[in-house]
Design a protein around this ligand. Structure first.
Ligand SMILES: Cc1cc2nc3c(=O)[nH]c(=O)nc-3n(C[C@H](O)[C@H](O)[C@H](O)COP(=O)(O)O)c2cc1C
Length: 207
């Protein structure tokens, strides 16, 4: 019989992990974990044997509003890469915040075969901006239901950010983290490109 890991009681404490590292996992098209790196093990407090073959929502934190994952899956199913800020749950019930770069994996025939998630630590200043929004969304979900939360989120993005969620996340980071630049002029040029991508951040590609 297949044994799935049991879920722990929630502890309001951040887990300790090496925030200079990247947490990586790969899934099939249904979100079943196929691969994770050593940093994933350390941050999540699970070992690979426990997590391989399990659904990725095993590390879903109850503070995360459902609408964020709905927007994520809508993008992935359209074959679009995506960025999200996520609070994750560890084996002992602790948490860690990450920004995730989701990539759609395709085979040589251009068919989607799965997804890769690359995660970096999130600066406190970004968490301070996103946490109140997630709390509001979660509260709406609890009191008024998921559809209301989706409609509010959509209206919030249009009214208060004039961006999609993906662009909103990229901009939050752009304001907090700047890649090194050799000169002022070059920096200006890079700023425009950064709007479209956080590759420099996840892959050390400084454009
Ligand atoms: C490559 C990939 C990585 C994912 N990483 C996470 C993650 O780190 N934390 C998380 O809560 N959900 C993650 N998800 C989303 C989960 O599959 C799931 O949608 C989410 O946890 C919400 O659970 P639910 O869909 O059962 O409501 C990931 C999905 C994919 C495809």
């Amino acid at each position: 019989m297949k044994m799935s890991p049991t879920r722990a009681k929630i502890i309001d404490e951040e887990v300790k992990w090496d925030k200079t590292q990247t947490i990586i996992s790969k899934t099939d098209i249904h979100g079943t974990i196929l691969y994770m790196n050593d940093t994933f093990e350390k941050a999540s407090e699970y070992n690979k044997i426990e997590l391989i073959g399990e659904p990725h929502n095993i590390i879903r934190h109850p503070d995360m509003p459902k609408v964020i994952f709905k927007v994520l899956w809508d993008a992935l199913k359209k074959g679009k890469n995506f960025h999200a800020i996520v609070k994750n749950l560890t084996r002992t019930g602790r948490y860690y915040w990450v920004i995730t770069d989701f990539i759609v994996d395709k085979n040589e025939n251009d068919e989607v075969v799965g997804y890769t998630g690359r995660r970096k630590a999130v600066p406190d200043s970004v968490i301070e901006k996103i946490e109140p929004l997630y709390k509001t969304l979660l509260e709406i979900e609890k009191v008024k239901g998921e559809k209301s939360s989706e409609l509010y989120f959509d209206a919030f993005l249009k009214e208060e950010t004039k961006k999609t969620y993906d662009e909103f996340v990229i901009d939050l980071f752009q304001n907090e983290l700047k890649p090194p630049a050799n000169s002022e002029g070059e920096n200006e040029n890079k700023e425009n490109k950064l709007k479209k991508s956080l590759n420099w951040f996840f892959f050390g590609d400084f454009l």
